[in-house]
Design a protein around this ligand. Structure first.
Ligand SMILES: Cc1cc2nc3c(=O)[nH]c(=O)nc-3n(C[C@H](O)[C@H](O)[C@H](O)COP(=O)(O)OP(=O)(O)OC[C@H]3O[C@@H](n4cnc5c(N)ncnc54)[C@H](O)[C@@H]3O)c2cc1C
Ligand SMILES: *[C@@H]1O[C@H](CO)[C@@H](O)[C@H](O)[C@H]1NC(C)=O
Ligand SMILES: *[C@@H]1O[C@H](CO)[C@@H](O)[C@H](O)[C@H]1NC(C)=O
Ligand SMILES: *[C@@H]1O[C@H](CO)[C@@H](O)[C@H](O)[C@H]1NC(C)=O
Ligand SMILES: *[C@@H]1O[C@H](CO)[C@@H](O)[C@H](O)[C@H]1NC(C)=O
Ligand SMILES: *[C@@H]1O[C@H](CO)[C@@H](O)[C@H](O)[C@H]1NC(C)=O
Ligand SMILES: *[C@@H]1O[C@H](CO)[C@@H](O)[C@H](O)[C@H]1NC(C)=O
Length: 508
């Protein structure tokens, strides 16, 4: 569609026609002191950089990425760990390309970037390279692990069987119980944890049965369009983030990125947006694409003026921002398991359960590094403790795993506090049973024509994953580009209210 003359009366025209969106750029100096960009992309993680790339590919170069930290990458975040002279580059955030490519089938776009930019990765053998422990030391319960793998497959399949008839969602715990799996021993609970919580960063009780099933299918099951069953672990000394830095370098020019720039508020209207940074600087633009994490949106770390409408707030507050915490230890030398992974079954479910040794061939031999992961409420719990307290707990578990070995104190120790970090407020989103598809539609939807949202949490199929952030950033960049070019700007749909399929009929 071509737009008629730009000289039409603005106010009336804007309210009625999508062409107004194209016009506003040209009219900007009539209402603004300064026009900083056509599009401000708030946040320079995977979705922000890929949204920028979509704009660029559509011929829109007047954009700026505004990022609080001093580099791009967001939740792809590497750090130097270890005592002086024994340092390695490890990942605080995302670490795996989850689901790769099967033959000539669909490729995970993160794999495609890794190939393009020569990222160093290693095969991660999640199910085949495992040692098992409990609070008495080494105990072989690999048979229990195998049955937990079966149980997870069974709930994934049973969830699929429920979907066509659109039965209501329930929790994954209901799913496990209905397929007859009721873990009771510490080993059974730990193996279930490994298959479930260690992926979703929350318990089966806290997670949707149906959504967690399709989320795993669309990534791992090639029968339904998933990439592959494989996982690649990034071990590049430039950090996993290298692939997003290198991709940004292919199209971004100086001036298109503002680093060290923390957003405090976003003022939006049908005329445009005004973004205010914590240092007081104000940036004006026609459009804003907000890529902040779900946790940031939930916690008012950034203020919207006017505040977001009810339908948007309900969607934002109904999805969950979960937390997945890696706790790194370095010892003068390795004294532990030779496998890639180890499980520790405590009497308390989720207490320091999943261990990974990095001091092995193909990873970081000679590094003396291993790490343990906790998730969900347990992550929130340890963030409130001091580093020394957490280290003491972790060492007591290692002593339980190795009752007959005397080992020295660690020479390095570190864990990130993602849940408390105002730039993230958690690690990635998880879909609870009370979240319905209409909520996801509203989570993704733009508010008015100027304020757009994207990021990992908005991906229906791949929420939580890097590739979810990638696909959402790509889609949002393309949609906003269409609006700018004035071709069409219907925006994304939303519902004013999310309803039950049938009203409740409460008994007297
Ligand atoms: C510990 C951990 C482990 C993970 N493991 C994996 C994995 O192995 N595989 C996988 O596929 N995925 C994994 N993920 C998930 C993956 O990292 C995310 O899905 C993805 O990186 C999200 O990208 P994003 O662009 O949506 O958001 P982000 O990366 O969060 O980007 C948003 C950006 O906004 C910035 N920002 C926030 N607030 C402000 C502000 N006020 N002003 C300016 N800038 C601001 C942030 O600094 C950030 O750079 C993991 C995540 C974490 C944290
Ligand atoms: C807007 O900018 C254009 C080009 O610089 C100028 O010709 C025009 O007079 C300006 N309009 C207003 C209202 O300032
Ligand atoms: C951002 O801040 C860091 C440290 O505070 C500084 O080293 C870096 O030069 C800054 N970068 C930019 C682009 O301002
Ligand atoms: C530890 O040593 C005791 C006593 O020698 C022995 O009974 C026990 O089996 C050992 N435990 C492990 C895990 O090796
Ligand atoms: C999974 O389902 C299969 C087929 O119904 C069944 O034989 C198997 O026992 C189930 N496994 C678990 C752990 O429930
Ligand atoms: C997941 O994939 C399996 C096997 O392809 C299928 O049986 C099941 O219905 C799927 N489940 C969902 C929720 O998509
Ligand atoms: C505030 O931040 C912006 C963007 O990073 C920068 O251009 C500007 O110079 C800063 N202003 C002050 C007063 O520091």
């Amino acid at each position: 569609m071509r737009c008629p003359s730009l000289l039409l009366s603005l106010a009336v025209f804007r309210a009625l026609s999508p062409c107004a969106l194209a016009a506003s750029t040209l009219q900007a100096n009539q209402t603004r002191v300064q026009h900083d960009a056509q599009v401000l992309i708030l946040g320079g993680g995977v979705s922000g950089v890929i949204a920028a790339r979509s704009l660029h590919e559509q011929g829109i170069h007047d954009f700026k990425i505004v990022e609080a930290r001093d580099e791009l990458g967001g939740r792809m975040r590497s750090f130097h760990f270890g005592a002086p002279g024994k340092q390695v580059v490890l990942e605080l955030g995302a670490n795996w390309i989850q689901g790769t490519q099967d033959g000539n089938g669909p490729a995970n776009p993160i794999l495609t970037l890794a190939r393009k930019h020569g990222l160093k990765t290693v095969d991660s053998d999640l199910l085949g390279s495992m040692s098992t422990f409990d609070f008495t030391g080494t105990v072989d319960y690999l048979d229990v692990l195998n049955s937990a793998i079966d149980a997870f497959d069974n709930i994934t399949n049973a969830a699929g069987a429920r979907m066509p008839s659109a039965q209501v969602d329930t929790t994954a715990r209901t799913g496990y119980s209905l397929v007859g799996v009721k873990p009771k021993t510490p080993a059974q609970k730990t193996c279930e944890y490994y298959l479930f919580d260690w992926e979703y960063a929350q318990t089966p009780e806290q997670s949707s049965w149906i959504a967690s099933a399709w989320n795993t299918n669309f990534t791992y099951d090639t029968d339904v369009g998933g990439f592959s069953e494989d996982n690649l672990f990034a071990i590049d000394s430039r950090g996993f983030k290298h692939l997003i830095h290198a991709e940004a370098d292919t199209f971004i020019v100086p001036g298109q990125i503002l680093l060290n720039s923390t957003v405090r508020s976003i003022k939006h209207s049908n005329d445009g947006v005004e973004v205010t940074l914590v240092n007081g600087t104000t940036l004006n633009a026609d459009y804003v694409i907000c890529t902040f994490s779900l946790g940031v949106l939930q916690n008012d770390d950034v203020v919207f003026e006017p505040s977001l409408p009810g339908w948007k707030l309900e969607a934002v507050q109904s999805m969950v921002m979960a937390t997945y915490t890696k706790i790194f230890l370095q010892f003068p030398e390795k004294f532990w398991f030779d496998t890639q992974f180890a499980l520790y079954a405590d009497k308390e479910r989720g207490r320091y359960p999943v261990w990974q040794g990095l001091d092995i061939e193909g990873f970081f031999p000679g590094s003396g590094v291993l790490f343990v992961t906790v998730t969900g409420d347990y992550s929130v719990r340890i963030e409130a403790l001091s580093d020394d307290q957490v280290q003491a707990e972790v060492l007591s578990v290692l002593h339980a795993m190795y009752p007959n070995i005397t080992f020295p104190a660690p020479i390095a120790f570190h864990f990130p506090r993602w849940h408390s970090d105002p730039l993230y407020r958690g690690t990635y989103s998880n879909w609870p049973a009370s979240f319905v598809e209409g909520h996801l539609t509203n989570l993704r939807a733009n508010v008015g024509q100027r304020l757009w949202f994207t990021g990992e949490a908005m991906s229906e199929k791949y929420y939580g994953f890097l590739h979810g952030a990638y696909f959402e950033g790509e889609a949002t960049g393309n949609t906003v580009a269409q609006c700018i070019r004035g071709a069409e700007c219907a925006g994304l749909p939303h519902s004013q209210s999310i309803r039950n399929a049938q009203p409740y009929m409460l008994q007297p």
